[in-house]
Ligand binder design. Structure first.
Ligand code: GLU
Length: 488
Protein backbone atom coordinates (compact mmCIF):
# COMPACT_ATOMS: atom_id res chain seq x y z
CA UNK A 1 0.00 0.00 0.00
CA UNK A 2 1.27 3.43 -0.88
CA UNK A 3 -1.22 5.66 0.92
CA UNK A 4 -2.75 6.90 -2.30
CA UNK A 5 -6.43 6.99 -1.49
CA UNK A 6 -9.16 8.55 -3.58
CA UNK A 7 -12.84 8.83 -3.04
CA UNK A 8 -16.03 9.23 -4.98
CA UNK A 9 -18.74 10.59 -2.67
CA UNK A 10 -21.97 11.10 -4.63
CA UNK A 11 -25.21 12.29 -3.10
CA UNK A 12 -27.95 9.81 -4.01
CA UNK A 13 -30.48 12.50 -4.78
CA UNK A 14 -31.06 11.69 -8.44
CA UNK A 15 -30.04 9.39 -11.25
CA UNK A 16 -26.32 9.65 -11.83
CA UNK A 17 -25.38 11.81 -14.78
CA UNK A 18 -22.33 12.11 -16.98
CA UNK A 19 -20.81 14.96 -14.97
CA UNK A 20 -20.67 12.95 -11.78
CA UNK A 21 -19.56 9.80 -13.55
CA UNK A 22 -16.69 11.69 -15.17
CA UNK A 23 -15.59 12.61 -11.64
CA UNK A 24 -15.82 8.94 -10.63
CA UNK A 25 -13.80 7.98 -13.71
CA UNK A 26 -10.99 10.48 -13.06
CA UNK A 27 -10.72 9.35 -9.45
CA UNK A 28 -10.71 5.74 -10.56
CA UNK A 29 -7.99 6.45 -13.13
CA UNK A 30 -5.70 8.06 -10.58
CA UNK A 31 -6.32 5.29 -8.07
CA UNK A 32 -5.67 2.51 -10.57
CA UNK A 33 -2.71 4.12 -12.19
CA UNK A 34 -0.94 4.85 -8.93
CA UNK A 35 -1.81 1.52 -7.34
CA UNK A 36 -3.98 3.32 -4.80
CA UNK A 37 -7.46 2.72 -3.47
CA UNK A 38 -10.83 4.13 -4.38
CA UNK A 39 -13.47 4.65 -1.71
CA UNK A 40 -17.17 4.89 -2.56
CA UNK A 41 -18.91 6.98 0.06
CA UNK A 42 -22.55 7.92 0.00
CA UNK A 43 -23.35 11.49 1.05
CA UNK A 44 -26.96 11.14 2.05
CA UNK A 45 -27.39 13.87 4.65
CA UNK A 46 -30.06 15.51 2.51
CA UNK A 47 -32.56 13.03 3.80
CA UNK A 48 -35.54 14.49 2.01
CA UNK A 49 -33.96 13.86 -1.39
CA UNK A 50 -31.65 10.88 -0.85
CA UNK A 51 -32.94 7.40 -1.65
CA UNK A 52 -31.57 3.88 -1.61
CA UNK A 53 -32.83 3.49 -5.14
CA UNK A 54 -30.56 6.28 -6.39
CA UNK A 55 -27.68 4.78 -4.42
CA UNK A 56 -28.27 1.44 -6.16
CA UNK A 57 -28.32 3.16 -9.54
CA UNK A 58 -24.94 4.77 -8.84
CA UNK A 59 -23.45 1.40 -7.94
CA UNK A 60 -25.01 -0.32 -10.94
CA UNK A 61 -23.82 2.26 -13.45
CA UNK A 62 -20.30 2.31 -12.01
CA UNK A 63 -20.19 -1.46 -12.36
CA UNK A 64 -21.42 -1.22 -15.93
CA UNK A 65 -18.55 1.12 -16.76
CA UNK A 66 -16.05 -1.05 -14.93
CA UNK A 67 -15.27 1.57 -12.30
CA UNK A 68 -14.73 -0.69 -9.34
CA UNK A 69 -14.17 0.72 -5.87
CA UNK A 70 -11.97 -0.97 -3.29
CA UNK A 71 -13.89 0.16 -0.26
CA UNK A 72 -17.23 1.65 0.51
CA UNK A 73 -20.95 1.00 0.65
CA UNK A 74 -21.80 -2.53 -0.45
CA UNK A 75 -18.09 -3.45 -0.22
CA UNK A 76 -17.05 -2.58 3.33
CA UNK A 77 -13.58 -1.67 4.54
CA UNK A 78 -11.61 -0.47 7.54
CA UNK A 79 -12.85 3.10 7.54
CA UNK A 80 -16.61 2.63 7.51
CA UNK A 81 -19.43 3.14 7.83
CA UNK A 82 -19.49 4.62 4.34
CA UNK A 83 -22.92 6.21 4.41
CA UNK A 84 -22.92 9.65 6.04
CA UNK A 85 -26.22 9.16 7.84
CA UNK A 86 -24.57 6.24 9.65
CA UNK A 87 -21.74 8.49 10.83
CA UNK A 88 -23.69 11.20 12.65
CA UNK A 89 -22.18 10.34 16.03
CA UNK A 90 -18.73 10.86 14.54
CA UNK A 91 -19.65 14.32 13.24
CA UNK A 92 -21.18 15.21 16.61
CA UNK A 93 -17.98 14.31 18.35
CA UNK A 94 -15.98 16.62 16.11
CA UNK A 95 -18.59 19.36 16.41
CA UNK A 96 -18.12 19.24 20.19
CA UNK A 97 -14.41 19.50 19.68
CA UNK A 98 -14.89 22.59 17.53
CA UNK A 99 -17.11 24.15 20.19
CA UNK A 100 -14.64 23.40 22.93
CA UNK A 101 -11.69 24.78 21.05
CA UNK A 102 -13.62 27.95 20.20
CA UNK A 103 -13.63 27.29 16.46
CA UNK A 104 -17.41 27.09 16.41
CA UNK A 105 -20.34 28.60 18.24
CA UNK A 106 -24.06 28.08 18.56
CA UNK A 107 -26.28 30.43 16.62
CA UNK A 108 -29.93 30.85 17.50
CA UNK A 109 -30.97 33.28 14.77
CA UNK A 110 -34.30 32.42 13.22
CA UNK A 111 -34.97 32.21 9.49
CA UNK A 112 -36.78 35.55 9.68
CA UNK A 113 -33.90 37.24 11.42
CA UNK A 114 -31.47 35.89 8.85
CA UNK A 115 -33.73 37.06 6.05
CA UNK A 116 -33.84 40.52 7.65
CA UNK A 117 -30.05 40.53 7.81
CA UNK A 118 -29.84 39.58 4.14
CA UNK A 119 -32.27 42.30 3.05
CA UNK A 120 -30.40 44.92 5.01
CA UNK A 121 -27.11 43.95 3.42
CA UNK A 122 -28.61 44.05 -0.07
CA UNK A 123 -30.18 47.45 0.65
CA UNK A 124 -26.75 48.74 1.69
CA UNK A 125 -25.10 47.26 -1.37
CA UNK A 126 -23.17 44.83 0.77
CA UNK A 127 -22.60 41.14 0.23
CA UNK A 128 -25.14 39.23 2.32
CA UNK A 129 -23.30 37.45 5.09
CA UNK A 130 -23.97 36.38 8.62
CA UNK A 131 -23.28 39.36 10.88
CA UNK A 132 -21.97 37.39 13.83
CA UNK A 133 -24.84 38.29 16.20
CA UNK A 134 -24.50 35.05 18.13
CA UNK A 135 -20.70 34.98 18.20
CA UNK A 136 -20.34 36.18 21.71
CA UNK A 137 -23.54 35.21 23.51
CA UNK A 138 -23.39 34.99 27.25
CA UNK A 139 -24.53 31.90 29.05
CA UNK A 140 -27.77 33.69 30.03
CA UNK A 141 -28.52 34.77 26.51
CA UNK A 142 -28.03 31.22 25.30
CA UNK A 143 -30.25 29.85 28.04
CA UNK A 144 -32.93 32.37 27.20
CA UNK A 145 -32.93 31.30 23.55
CA UNK A 146 -33.04 27.65 24.58
CA UNK A 147 -35.97 28.41 26.87
CA UNK A 148 -37.79 29.96 23.91
CA UNK A 149 -37.40 26.57 22.26
CA UNK A 150 -35.00 27.80 19.60
CA UNK A 151 -32.84 25.06 18.11
CA UNK A 152 -29.34 26.29 17.37
CA UNK A 153 -27.15 25.70 14.39
CA UNK A 154 -23.39 25.51 14.72
CA UNK A 155 -21.34 28.10 12.92
CA UNK A 156 -17.67 28.14 12.12
CA UNK A 157 -15.95 31.10 13.75
CA UNK A 158 -14.01 32.84 10.98
CA UNK A 159 -10.68 34.22 12.11
CA UNK A 160 -11.04 37.90 13.02
CA UNK A 161 -8.11 39.12 10.99
CA UNK A 162 -8.33 38.93 7.22
CA UNK A 163 -6.15 36.30 5.69
CA UNK A 164 -5.56 34.52 2.46
CA UNK A 165 -6.56 30.93 2.12
CA UNK A 166 -4.68 29.29 -0.72
CA UNK A 167 -5.98 26.20 -2.45
CA UNK A 168 -3.07 24.37 -4.06
CA UNK A 169 -4.87 22.80 -6.96
CA UNK A 170 -3.20 20.15 -9.09
CA UNK A 171 -4.96 21.48 -12.19
CA UNK A 172 -5.26 25.20 -11.51
CA UNK A 173 -2.17 25.94 -9.50
CA UNK A 174 -2.65 28.22 -6.49
CA UNK A 175 -6.10 29.71 -6.11
CA UNK A 176 -6.31 32.35 -3.41
CA UNK A 177 -9.43 33.28 -1.45
CA UNK A 178 -9.49 36.06 1.10
CA UNK A 179 -11.24 35.24 4.34
CA UNK A 180 -13.21 38.49 3.98
CA UNK A 181 -15.37 36.80 1.32
CA UNK A 182 -16.37 34.10 3.77
CA UNK A 183 -18.71 34.44 6.69
CA UNK A 184 -19.35 32.31 9.75
CA UNK A 185 -20.78 29.43 7.74
CA UNK A 186 -22.93 26.71 9.23
CA UNK A 187 -21.28 23.39 10.03
CA UNK A 188 -24.17 21.69 11.81
CA UNK A 189 -27.83 22.26 11.05
CA UNK A 190 -30.64 22.53 13.59
CA UNK A 191 -32.07 19.22 12.35
CA UNK A 192 -29.03 17.43 13.73
CA UNK A 193 -27.33 16.94 10.37
CA UNK A 194 -23.85 18.20 9.57
CA UNK A 195 -23.50 20.40 6.50
CA UNK A 196 -21.67 19.09 3.48
CA UNK A 197 -18.54 21.16 4.17
CA UNK A 198 -18.19 19.80 7.68
CA UNK A 199 -18.98 16.13 7.06
CA UNK A 200 -16.82 15.94 3.95
CA UNK A 201 -13.72 17.11 5.83
CA UNK A 202 -14.21 14.71 8.71
CA UNK A 203 -14.80 11.83 6.32
CA UNK A 204 -11.92 12.63 4.01
CA UNK A 205 -9.58 13.03 6.97
CA UNK A 206 -10.70 9.90 8.83
CA UNK A 207 -10.77 7.85 5.65
CA UNK A 208 -7.19 8.96 5.00
CA UNK A 209 -7.98 10.39 1.58
CA UNK A 210 -4.84 11.64 -0.14
CA UNK A 211 -6.41 13.23 -3.23
CA UNK A 212 -9.72 15.07 -3.43
CA UNK A 213 -10.72 15.25 -7.08
CA UNK A 214 -14.10 16.79 -7.77
CA UNK A 215 -15.99 19.23 -9.97
CA UNK A 216 -15.09 22.89 -10.27
CA UNK A 217 -18.46 23.75 -8.74
CA UNK A 218 -16.91 22.79 -5.40
CA UNK A 219 -13.85 25.02 -5.69
CA UNK A 220 -15.51 27.79 -3.66
CA UNK A 221 -16.19 25.28 -0.87
CA UNK A 222 -12.57 24.30 -0.59
CA UNK A 223 -11.33 27.33 1.42
CA UNK A 224 -14.04 26.64 4.01
CA UNK A 225 -12.96 23.03 4.14
CA UNK A 226 -9.32 24.02 4.52
CA UNK A 227 -10.27 26.13 7.54
CA UNK A 228 -12.00 23.14 9.09
CA UNK A 229 -9.03 20.87 8.41
CA UNK A 230 -6.83 23.37 10.17
CA UNK A 231 -9.21 23.87 13.08
CA UNK A 232 -9.27 20.13 13.71
CA UNK A 233 -5.56 19.67 13.15
CA UNK A 234 -6.02 17.36 10.19
CA UNK A 235 -3.50 17.07 7.42
CA UNK A 236 -4.65 18.53 4.09
CA UNK A 237 -5.17 16.23 1.11
CA UNK A 238 -4.18 17.26 -2.41
CA UNK A 239 -6.98 18.98 -4.30
CA UNK A 240 -7.94 18.98 -7.98
CA UNK A 241 -11.05 20.62 -9.39
CA UNK A 242 -12.22 19.29 -12.73
CA UNK A 243 -13.52 21.66 -15.41
CA UNK A 244 -17.23 22.03 -15.85
CA UNK A 245 -18.95 20.08 -18.58
CA UNK A 246 -20.76 22.38 -21.00
CA UNK A 247 -23.53 21.65 -23.43
CA UNK A 248 -23.28 22.43 -27.12
CA UNK A 249 -24.33 26.03 -26.46
CA UNK A 250 -21.50 26.35 -23.95
CA UNK A 251 -23.95 26.51 -21.05
CA UNK A 252 -23.43 24.38 -17.97
CA UNK A 253 -24.67 20.87 -18.64
CA UNK A 254 -28.05 20.33 -17.04
CA UNK A 255 -28.22 17.77 -14.27
CA UNK A 256 -31.92 17.19 -14.54
CA UNK A 257 -34.76 17.63 -16.95
CA UNK A 258 -35.23 17.04 -20.62
CA UNK A 259 -31.68 17.73 -21.81
CA UNK A 260 -30.05 15.87 -18.97
CA UNK A 261 -27.48 13.22 -19.62
CA UNK A 262 -28.05 10.34 -17.25
CA UNK A 263 -25.63 7.46 -17.57
CA UNK A 264 -28.55 5.03 -17.55
CA UNK A 265 -30.03 6.61 -20.64
CA UNK A 266 -26.89 5.90 -22.60
CA UNK A 267 -26.86 2.30 -21.41
CA UNK A 268 -30.50 1.90 -22.32
CA UNK A 269 -29.98 3.36 -25.79
CA UNK A 270 -27.26 0.84 -26.51
CA UNK A 271 -24.09 2.81 -25.98
CA UNK A 272 -21.19 0.54 -25.12
CA UNK A 273 -19.49 1.06 -21.77
CA UNK A 274 -16.04 1.19 -23.35
CA UNK A 275 -17.22 3.95 -25.71
CA UNK A 276 -18.65 6.03 -22.88
CA UNK A 277 -15.51 5.40 -20.85
CA UNK A 278 -13.34 6.66 -23.71
CA UNK A 279 -15.63 9.63 -24.33
CA UNK A 280 -15.79 10.69 -20.68
CA UNK A 281 -12.01 10.43 -20.30
CA UNK A 282 -11.73 13.10 -22.99
CA UNK A 283 -14.09 15.47 -21.18
CA UNK A 284 -11.35 17.74 -19.91
CA UNK A 285 -8.34 15.58 -20.67
CA UNK A 286 -6.49 14.71 -23.86
CA UNK A 287 -3.31 12.93 -24.78
CA UNK A 288 -1.99 16.15 -26.25
CA UNK A 289 -2.38 14.73 -29.73
CA UNK A 290 -5.42 14.29 -31.96
CA UNK A 291 -5.96 10.72 -30.81
CA UNK A 292 -9.53 10.07 -29.81
CA UNK A 293 -10.08 6.32 -29.79
CA UNK A 294 -8.20 5.04 -26.79
CA UNK A 295 -8.59 1.77 -24.96
CA UNK A 296 -9.15 1.55 -21.24
CA UNK A 297 -5.57 0.40 -20.79
CA UNK A 298 -4.13 3.22 -22.84
CA UNK A 299 -6.14 5.79 -20.95
CA UNK A 300 -5.11 4.30 -17.65
CA UNK A 301 -1.50 4.46 -18.66
CA UNK A 302 -1.47 7.91 -20.18
CA UNK A 303 -3.89 9.86 -17.99
CA UNK A 304 -2.38 12.47 -15.69
CA UNK A 305 -4.45 14.71 -13.46
CA UNK A 306 -1.96 17.54 -14.09
CA UNK A 307 -2.81 17.40 -17.80
CA UNK A 308 -6.51 18.07 -17.24
CA UNK A 309 -7.68 21.38 -18.72
CA UNK A 310 -8.88 24.31 -16.70
CA UNK A 311 -11.51 25.41 -19.18
CA UNK A 312 -14.91 23.83 -19.63
CA UNK A 313 -15.27 20.63 -21.63
CA UNK A 314 -18.00 20.54 -24.24
CA UNK A 315 -20.26 17.52 -24.26
CA UNK A 316 -20.39 16.82 -27.98
CA UNK A 317 -23.09 14.26 -28.60
CA UNK A 318 -22.13 13.90 -32.24
CA UNK A 319 -18.64 12.91 -31.23
CA UNK A 320 -19.99 10.41 -28.72
CA UNK A 321 -22.20 8.92 -31.44
CA UNK A 322 -19.32 8.68 -33.86
CA UNK A 323 -17.16 7.05 -31.23
CA UNK A 324 -19.85 4.63 -30.12
CA UNK A 325 -20.52 3.59 -33.73
CA UNK A 326 -16.84 2.81 -34.12
CA UNK A 327 -16.83 0.70 -30.96
CA UNK A 328 -19.98 -1.12 -32.08
CA UNK A 329 -18.36 -2.07 -35.37
CA UNK A 330 -15.11 -3.12 -33.71
CA UNK A 331 -16.75 -5.24 -31.01
CA UNK A 332 -17.17 -9.03 -31.10
CA UNK A 333 -20.16 -9.71 -33.28
CA UNK A 334 -21.63 -12.18 -30.81
CA UNK A 335 -21.71 -9.58 -28.07
CA UNK A 336 -23.38 -7.04 -30.35
CA UNK A 337 -25.97 -9.61 -31.39
CA UNK A 338 -26.67 -10.42 -27.76
CA UNK A 339 -27.06 -6.73 -26.92
CA UNK A 340 -29.22 -6.08 -29.99
CA UNK A 341 -31.74 -8.86 -29.39
CA UNK A 342 -33.67 -6.98 -26.66
CA UNK A 343 -34.04 -4.00 -29.00
CA UNK A 344 -35.32 -6.24 -31.79
CA UNK A 345 -37.78 -7.91 -29.43
CA UNK A 346 -38.87 -4.55 -28.08
CA UNK A 347 -39.61 -3.41 -31.64
CA UNK A 348 -41.69 -6.55 -32.22
CA UNK A 349 -39.48 -7.63 -35.09
CA UNK A 350 -38.65 -10.94 -33.45
CA UNK A 351 -39.47 -12.85 -30.29
CA UNK A 352 -37.25 -14.85 -27.98
CA UNK A 353 -37.89 -18.16 -29.76
CA UNK A 354 -36.98 -16.65 -33.06
CA UNK A 355 -33.78 -15.24 -31.57
CA UNK A 356 -32.82 -18.66 -30.29
CA UNK A 357 -33.70 -20.61 -33.41
CA UNK A 358 -32.27 -18.22 -35.96
CA UNK A 359 -29.10 -17.09 -34.29
CA UNK A 360 -26.89 -17.60 -37.31
CA UNK A 361 -29.17 -15.59 -39.56
CA UNK A 362 -29.63 -12.92 -36.92
CA UNK A 363 -25.86 -12.57 -36.62
CA UNK A 364 -25.60 -11.83 -40.31
CA UNK A 365 -28.43 -9.33 -40.12
CA UNK A 366 -26.98 -7.53 -37.10
CA UNK A 367 -23.53 -7.52 -38.67
CA UNK A 368 -24.99 -5.69 -41.66
CA UNK A 369 -27.22 -3.44 -39.55
CA UNK A 370 -24.36 -2.32 -37.31
CA UNK A 371 -22.58 -0.74 -40.24
CA UNK A 372 -25.10 2.08 -40.16
CA UNK A 373 -25.79 2.80 -36.49
CA UNK A 374 -24.47 5.08 -33.76
CA UNK A 375 -26.11 3.16 -30.93
CA UNK A 376 -27.92 -0.14 -30.67
CA UNK A 377 -31.44 1.27 -30.30
CA UNK A 378 -31.04 2.08 -34.00
CA UNK A 379 -30.47 -1.57 -34.94
CA UNK A 380 -34.18 -2.41 -35.44
CA UNK A 381 -34.74 0.20 -38.11
CA UNK A 382 -31.64 -1.03 -39.96
CA UNK A 383 -32.55 -4.69 -39.52
CA UNK A 384 -36.28 -4.41 -40.15
CA UNK A 385 -35.84 -5.09 -43.82
CA UNK A 386 -34.50 -8.57 -43.09
CA UNK A 387 -37.00 -9.48 -40.43
CA UNK A 388 -40.35 -8.56 -41.92
CA UNK A 389 -42.36 -9.82 -44.85
CA UNK A 390 -41.79 -7.70 -47.89
CA UNK A 391 -44.26 -4.88 -48.15
CA UNK A 392 -44.29 -2.36 -50.94
CA UNK A 393 -44.58 1.22 -49.76
CA UNK A 394 -46.66 1.99 -52.82
CA UNK A 395 -47.96 -1.23 -54.44
CA UNK A 396 -49.31 0.45 -57.55
CA UNK A 397 -46.11 2.23 -58.29
CA UNK A 398 -44.27 -1.03 -57.64
CA UNK A 399 -46.46 -2.88 -60.15
CA UNK A 400 -45.65 -0.24 -62.76
CA UNK A 401 -41.99 -0.50 -61.96
CA UNK A 402 -41.97 -4.28 -62.46
CA UNK A 403 -44.00 -4.27 -65.69
CA UNK A 404 -42.29 -4.79 -69.02
CA UNK A 405 -39.98 -7.18 -70.71
CA UNK A 406 -36.74 -5.44 -69.64
CA UNK A 407 -37.34 -5.99 -65.96
CA UNK A 408 -38.05 -9.65 -66.58
CA UNK A 409 -34.79 -9.98 -68.48
CA UNK A 410 -32.85 -8.35 -65.62
CA UNK A 411 -34.47 -10.47 -62.92
CA UNK A 412 -33.95 -13.74 -64.79
CA UNK A 413 -30.32 -12.97 -65.54
CA UNK A 414 -29.70 -11.90 -61.96
CA UNK A 415 -31.25 -15.09 -60.57
CA UNK A 416 -29.15 -17.22 -62.81
CA UNK A 417 -25.95 -15.51 -61.75
CA UNK A 418 -26.84 -15.62 -58.07
CA UNK A 419 -27.45 -19.36 -58.18
CA UNK A 420 -24.25 -19.90 -60.12
CA UNK A 421 -22.16 -18.07 -57.54
CA UNK A 422 -20.44 -20.23 -54.90
CA UNK A 423 -20.21 -17.64 -52.20
CA UNK A 424 -22.40 -14.58 -52.30
CA UNK A 425 -20.12 -12.10 -50.62
CA UNK A 426 -20.94 -8.40 -51.11
CA UNK A 427 -17.96 -8.22 -53.50
CA UNK A 428 -19.25 -11.16 -55.54
CA UNK A 429 -22.66 -9.49 -55.75
CA UNK A 430 -20.96 -6.29 -56.89
CA UNK A 431 -19.24 -8.22 -59.66
CA UNK A 432 -22.54 -9.76 -60.71
CA UNK A 433 -24.09 -6.30 -61.12
CA UNK A 434 -21.12 -5.14 -63.20
CA UNK A 435 -21.55 -8.15 -65.46
CA UNK A 436 -25.26 -7.46 -65.83
CA UNK A 437 -24.50 -3.90 -66.89
CA UNK A 438 -22.04 -5.11 -69.50
CA UNK A 439 -24.10 -7.96 -70.81
CA UNK A 440 -27.70 -6.77 -70.84
CA UNK A 441 -29.21 -4.46 -73.42
CA UNK A 442 -30.87 -2.30 -70.75
CA UNK A 443 -29.89 0.87 -68.89
CA UNK A 444 -28.35 0.89 -65.40
CA UNK A 445 -31.53 2.28 -63.85
CA UNK A 446 -33.53 -0.70 -65.08
CA UNK A 447 -31.02 -2.97 -63.42
CA UNK A 448 -30.80 -1.29 -60.05
CA UNK A 449 -34.08 0.33 -59.25
CA UNK A 450 -36.59 -2.50 -59.81
CA UNK A 451 -34.17 -4.91 -58.15
CA UNK A 452 -33.95 -2.82 -55.02
CA UNK A 453 -37.69 -2.36 -54.92
CA UNK A 454 -38.34 -6.07 -55.46
CA UNK A 455 -35.96 -7.13 -52.72
CA UNK A 456 -36.52 -4.47 -50.09
CA UNK A 457 -39.93 -3.00 -50.93
CA UNK A 458 -38.38 0.47 -50.82
CA UNK A 459 -36.90 2.85 -53.33
CA UNK A 460 -33.83 3.58 -51.24
CA UNK A 461 -31.92 2.04 -48.37
CA UNK A 462 -28.75 0.16 -47.57
CA UNK A 463 -26.22 -1.08 -50.13
CA UNK A 464 -27.82 -3.81 -52.25
CA UNK A 465 -24.62 -5.85 -52.36
CA UNK A 466 -24.78 -6.35 -48.60
CA UNK A 467 -28.51 -6.96 -48.59
CA UNK A 468 -28.35 -9.62 -51.31
CA UNK A 469 -25.38 -11.26 -49.68
CA UNK A 470 -27.35 -11.64 -46.46
CA UNK A 471 -30.58 -12.84 -48.03
CA UNK A 472 -28.87 -15.38 -50.27
CA UNK A 473 -29.90 -16.62 -53.70
CA UNK A 474 -33.04 -18.52 -52.60
CA UNK A 475 -34.70 -15.62 -50.82
CA UNK A 476 -33.71 -13.07 -53.45
CA UNK A 477 -35.06 -15.27 -56.25
CA UNK A 478 -38.32 -15.69 -54.41
CA UNK A 479 -38.63 -11.92 -53.96
CA UNK A 480 -37.87 -11.27 -57.60
CA UNK A 481 -40.50 -13.84 -58.65
CA UNK A 482 -42.97 -12.29 -56.28
CA UNK A 483 -42.34 -8.90 -57.84
CA UNK A 484 -42.99 -10.19 -61.31
CA UNK A 485 -46.23 -11.73 -60.07
CA UNK A 486 -47.26 -8.34 -58.67
CA UNK A 487 -46.85 -6.82 -62.10
CA UNK A 488 -49.20 -9.27 -63.77
N1 GLU B 1 -21.63 14.87 -2.37
C1 GLU B 1 -20.88 15.87 -3.06
C2 GLU B 1 -21.36 15.96 -4.48
O1 GLU B 1 -21.86 14.99 -4.99
C3 GLU B 1 -19.42 15.53 -3.00
C4 GLU B 1 -18.52 16.63 -3.38
C5 GLU B 1 -17.08 16.30 -3.08
O2 GLU B 1 -16.50 15.51 -3.84
O3 GLU B 1 -16.55 16.78 -2.12
O4 GLU B 1 -21.29 17.00 -5.10
Amino acid sequence: MNNIRLRFPPSPTGKIHIGNMRTALFNWLVARQKGGELVLRIEDTDQARSTKEFEDIIIKEMEWLGLDADEGVSIGGDYGPYRQTERIDIYEKFADKMLESGHAYKCYCSQEELEEMRKKAVANDKMPRYDGSCRNLSEEERNAYEAEGRKPVLRFKMPEEEKDIVVHDLIRGNVTFNSSVLDDFIIFKSDGMPTYNFAVVIDDALMKISHVIRGEDHLSNTPKQILIYKALGFELPKFAHLPLILDENKAKLKKRGKDSVYVGEFREQGYLPEALFNFMALLGWSTGSEEEILSREEIKERFAIEDVNKSGAVFDREKLNWMNGKYIRAAELDRIVELSIPFLIESNLIDEDYAEENREWLSRVVDEARTGVDYLAQIPSEAELFLTEIKFEDPEEAADEFAGEDVKIVFEALKEKLFACDELTPEAVGDIFSELKDELPVGARTIYHPTRLAITGRGSGPEMTGVISIFGAEEVASRLDNALAVAE
